[in-house]
Design a protein around this ligand. Structure first.
Ligand code: 5GP
Length: 213
């Protein structure tokens, strides 16, 4: 559908901590050129994280001010910290017709679904709870109490998977399959009649005009 520039689509990618959703998202951007919304957070940067790349790191005071200014399309508190999606970037990208990925947790996903009914909600998971825990421990970036909290949170999040339209397993050593599957989902969703109203109207009008009078 290349004749009309549609508004871009919003793709929510969620998953348990340790599901590999960060790597999957990075690969989607590298391989398929999607746009990524960089969130704001009040948590401290992990080793190797760069301000403005993984997150915009903010003080709690600044974050709360931005909430007051309606600066987020959604925000949530997750394991003692705030996380939020900046409004301006997302709105600009959608208006430019780009497909924007939001890597956010379930409360945020639910809020996006309410505000953007055409958003595509995808949940990424490891193949099992055991493999999830192993990945979290191997990562070595969190101590055992944080890992415990994140496993606890994963159990709560699992109860909300029904909020999503798609679930994709990121199997050990098969990240590329997961990435390609998500790309196919996004491409398929772009062909929905409900997101191509303008084109449908155009072709209906053209066909009417083509009728002999
Ligand atoms: P982490 O601290 O591991 O980077 O992220 C913790 C959780 O916060 C992850 O599930 C991540 O997807 C989520 N998250 C990151 N940015 C946002 C955001 O802007 N909004 C919401 N609701 N969740 C976010």
């Amino acid at each position: 559908m290349t004749r009309m520039k549609n508004r871009g689509s919003l793709v929510v990618i969620s998953g348990f901590s340790g599901s590999g959703k960060g790597s999957v998202t990075k690969e989607l951007i590298r391989k398929y050129g999607y746009s990524l919304s960089v969130s704001m957070t009040t948590r401290k940067p992990r080793e190797g994280e760069v301000d403005g790349r993984e997150y915009h790191f903010k003080t709690e005071e600044d974050f709360l001010k931005l909430i007051d200014y309606n600066g987020f399309i959604e925000y949530a508190r997750y394991v003692d910290h705030y996380y939020g999606t900046p409004r301006q970037f997302v709105e600009d990208e959608l208006a430019a017709g780009h497909c924007v990925l939001l890597e956010i947790e379930v409360q945020g996903a639910v809020s996006i679904k309410e505000q953007y009914p055409d958003a595509i909600l995808i949940f990424i998971t490891a193949p099992s709870a055991e493999s999830l825990k192993k990945r979290l421990c191997c990562r070595g970036t969190e101590d055992s109490s944080v890992i415990e909290k994140r496993m606890h949170r994963a159990a709560a999040e699992a109860e909300s998977i029904d909020e999503y339209q798609y679930i994709v397993i990121n199997d050990d050593g098969k990240m590329n399959e997961c990435v390609d599957k998500i790309h196919s989902i996004i491409e398929g969703e772009a062909c929905r009649v409900s997101v191509n109203h303008d084109f449908v109207e155009l072709i209906q009008r053209e066909l009417n005009e083509e009728q002999p009078s």
